[in-house]
Write a protein that binds this ligand. Structure first.
Ligand SMILES: [Fe+2]
Ligand SMILES: [Fe+2]
Length: 193
């Protein structure tokens, strides 16, 4: 597969997320994010998949129109882990609940590095994704993309606008198939990209 596809579709975005992020998506530790609510009725897991989708979509246009290269592996992996803080931030009994917006990027980055190992770009993406709340601005273009995608997805989720249900469906199908020892075309394409 070439680095810049001719046309972008929901199918291609889903396949690329499944390909580049399959080890994270299929890991039970990442699936714990399904047990926590993010915005509205959206789980943290669904939110992260949605952020990965819009980060990739912006990367596609950045590469296609402006010929600016994007590290898509780091982009997808960090988008999938950017809210890997692993607690219910709505729970008012949790110490620091009121400053979750400021503190969770670093918590997520430390958790993700511990469980999956992160490179420098992935660390920057996760720890700066709440900019300007994080004060330090994003260092890499990939960090800027995830920061923007995160805000867009949060807005859509808060106002219950469905923008990612197909990709979330595909990801859940892939997880279900993996749990049953099956492969779909997304897994078969892992060697092709
Ligand atoms: Fe976040
Ligand atoms: Fe987020």
């Amino acid at each position: 597969m070439s680095s810049v596809t001719k046309h972008i579709t929901e199918y291609k975005l889903a396949k690329e997320i499944l390909t580049r992020g399959h080890d994270i998506l299929l890991d039970p530790r990442a699936q714990v994010m399904k047990t926590f609510t993010q915005h509205g009725t959206t789980t943290v897991f669904e939110h992260c998949v949605s952020v990965a989708k819009f980060s990739l979509l912006m990367a596609y246009y950045l590469e296609r129109i402006f010929k600016i290269k994007v590290d898509r592996d780091s982009l997808v992996r960090a988008a999938l882990l950017h809210d890997y803080f692993l607690y219910d931030w709505h729970d008012k009994t949790i110490p620091g609940h009121n400053i979750h917006g400021f503190t969770h990027p670093r918590t997520a980055m430390l958790n993700a590095d511990r469980d999956f190992g992160l490179n420098a770009i992935e660390k920057d993406i996760i720890s700066k994704h709440m900019f300007p709340l994080t004060f330090m601005p994003p260092r890499y273009r990939e960090s800027v993309l995830v920061t923007l995608a995160d805000k867009w997805c949060a807005l859509c989720e808060t106002f219950k606008v469905d923008v990612s249900s197909y990709i979330i469906y595909r990801v859940n199908c892939r997880i279900e198939m993996a749990n049953n020892g099956l492969q779909d075309e997304g897994a078969a394409a892992e060697q092709a990209i």
